[in-house]
Design a protein around this ligand. Sequence first.
Ligand SMILES: N[C@@H](CCC(=O)N[C@@H](CS)C(=O)NCC(=O)O)C(=O)O
Length: 256
Amino acid sequence: MGARLVTIPISHFCEKARWALDRAGVDYVEQPHVQLFHVVAARRAGGGRTVPVFVTDAGTVLADSSEILRWADARLPPGRRLYPDGEPGAEAAELEAWLDGGLGPDGRLWMYHETLPVAQQMGRWALAGVPSWERVAFRVAGPLVDVAIRRALGIDGPKASAALERVEQVFDDVAARLSDGRRFLLGDRFTAADLAFAALAAPVLLPPRYGLPLPPPEAMPDPMACEVRRLRAHPAGAFADRVYGGERDRRAVAPV
Ligand SMILES: N[C@@H](CCC(=O)N[C@@H](CS)C(=O)NCC(=O)O)C(=O)O
């Protein structure tokens, strides 16, 4: 069997891994699953309860997006790596870990709080490529999925507001870093920090060049659409858009 990536298709941690694999020209098949059903698929693939889980063609299991980035990077020439040699590579990894631990979960929590009430209308995007029985189960068990996701992620109104405030703080920090005119977070070179920021900001930006179609702001409830437009206009939101425009080509790069 060839390499495979087990995902929740719209998940931003999955986009992070997918982007790195695409960028390195890795040949793999994506196996998308609905939230909660993904646990069975992730465990079956040899991972834990989260996705992405990447199974290489040699059968090695990588159950964390950062591990997948490292694996993909090893397939690129040094000049194109997401983790440059030495201190810049360490700094890229440090920023990535900061974003993985903060922006990633916070943006997701806020996005679910805003979209769970209209989850069935999101099916067109959220169910892309998932097995048909999971699609049916999602439709039938809608209210239960809502309760289960809220419980699993500890979602409520005050937590969602606090999460959005933290997201804005990250946006301000990113903008401050870029304020000296540098092209990327660490200078002139695209690194894991930039990829992680652009991928993990997706729940609050809904980037048009994401690895698969996301709903446009117009399809979202008004309060969410309003925040998305506001954050897109933030210098860090504009930066994410530029990074997608310049660096996110699906399977565009040949391996070494
Ligand atoms: N540290 C992990 C985090 C991945 C993660 O949080 N994945 C989410 C999807 S965005 C997930 O699987 N959540 C389901 C759960 O926690 O049960 C990584 O970087 O891969």
